[in-house]
Ligand binder design. Structure first.
Ligand SMILES: [Zn+2]
Length: 404
């Protein structure tokens, strides 16, 4: 497909072999020790002549690396981000596996094993991209940085969050980031947000034989639950992310079977789409409570956001340079265009890059919904090889200035 970008050729056998090797080195999180897989990758990078490697280890066994190549002069600065750890293989999941979860077995045209899709496969593709730049003697006038992280599957505390807290992400100065979560080499540029709420209703307990003398907090809560509908959050469905949702998750109330419930509390979750913020949702819901109070003066309810439960919507505009670059790179390699996928899950570490001035997207081999985190996780080799070619092609285009 001619769009001004020539694809970079990659060593397909190398990408497949590296994916198998990396799957065979467990890095389950928890506990999250990435030392062995990191050692293997660093040895590989050094043998490819990549030796500008900075280590940041804040928790023993959970190293993070800033790996760079290129002349650092005129030309763009592309960042690739990835995590080395995987979700664990639970004991009750082992029976469901058709292969050893750490076998890295090649079956037909797929590689199987924990991390095949999320994201040992993508790490192999990234190594393949570095190798392709070397094999094709492509020198980059700008900079290519690989931020290789620990703790990507367990909250990023010792990985991207630690780098962000110390100003290391901000000081990178990258133009854009490709965070290699599995998207079948497509782009995810918008992610739902979420906020956890608690609502408390106060009433007055009396003996159940004289309910009219009390205030039944449980009945008041029932009114609130009836009124808190997702449709009332006042936002149109998003073309990629679908609807905003509101779901009650826990409820507690009352003290005994023969006492009118004087207290009731409940928690619920709101998934937000572009156009919504946690404070905006809070205001809308408080407005609904005010309406209920007008009808019922005995309604005494207090709404609060559960601390640490709020994560705002993450969205990168369609005309951001990173999106425009990949919309040219993807078809140049595979002959079919990018498809925007919905970010239903958390943007994870990508959010921290964006907050530190590096706009980015999810882009990587493997299919998230059907493959990641599940028994029989696997990835088509074609997807890994194309992913490697796309990363190398993106690096050449952007770090030479073409992608600007
Ligand atoms: Zn992941």
């Amino acid at each position: 497909m001619s769009n001004g970008i020539e694809p970079v050729g990659v060593d397909a056998d190398y990408v497949v072999r590296m994916a198998q090797e990396l799957i065979r080195i467990p890095a389950e999180n928890p506990p999250g020790n990435c030392m062995d897989v990191a050692d293997r990758m660093l040895t590989e990078l050094k043998s490819l002549g990549v030796d500008r490697i900075e280590t940041h280890e804040f928790e023993p066994g959970m190293p993070n690396y800033i790996i760079q190549t290129g002349d650092g002069g005129d030309g763009g600065h592309l960042v690739i981000g990835g995590h080395m750890d995987t979700v664990p293989v639970h004991p009750d999941e082992v029976e469901a596996w058709q292969v050893g979860p750490f076998s890295g077995e090649l079956r037909g045209d797929e590689i199987w094993g924990r991390g095949a899709a999320d994201m040992k496969g993508a790490l192999a593709s990234t190594l393949g991209a570095f190798k392709a730049l070397r094999d094709n003697q492509i020198s980059l006038p700008g900079t290519l940085t690989w931020v290789l992280l620990s703790d990507g599957e367990h909250g990023d505390q010792h990985g991207a969050q630690a780098l962000a807290d110390r100003g290391i992400l901000k000081n990178l100065g990258g133009d854009m980031v490709l965070y290699t979560e599995s998207t079948s080499n497509n782009i995810i540029r918008s992610f739902k947000g979420r906020v956890f709420f608690e609502i408390k209703v106060r009433g007055r307990s009396v003996h159940v034989s004289v309910p009219e003398k009390g205030i039944n907090a449980i009945e008041k809560m029932a009114k609130i639950i009836g009124a808190f509908r997702a449709e009332r959050l006042g936002v149109e469905p998003d073309p990629f992310l679908g609807r905003s949702t509101l779901a009650f998750s826990t409820i507690k109330g009352g003290s005994a079977v023969n006492v009118v419930g004087g207290r009731c509390s409940a928690t619920f979750d709101v998934r937000m789409i572009p156009g919504q913020t946690s404070t905006g949702v809070m205001a809308t819901l408080n407005g609904i409570i005010d309406e209920l109070k007008q009808d019922d003066p005995e309604m005494d309810a207090e709404l609060g956001i559960i601390p640490s439960g709020a994560r705002e919507v993450t969205e990168i505009a369609e005309n951001e340079p990173v999106v425009r670059l990949m919309e040219r790179v993807i078809p140049s390699v595979r002959g079919t265009p990018n498809t925007f996928l919905p970010g239903i899950e958390s943007p994870g570490a990508l959010r921290l890059f964006i907050q530190n001035g590096i706009p980015g997207v999810f882009f990587g081999p493997g299919e998230f919904i059907s493959e990641a985190h599940l028994p029989n996780e696997r990835v088509p080799t074609k997807n890994l090889i194309e992913g490697a070619a796309m990363l190398a092609t993106a690096a050449r285009a952007h770090c030479s200035g073409v992608g600007h």
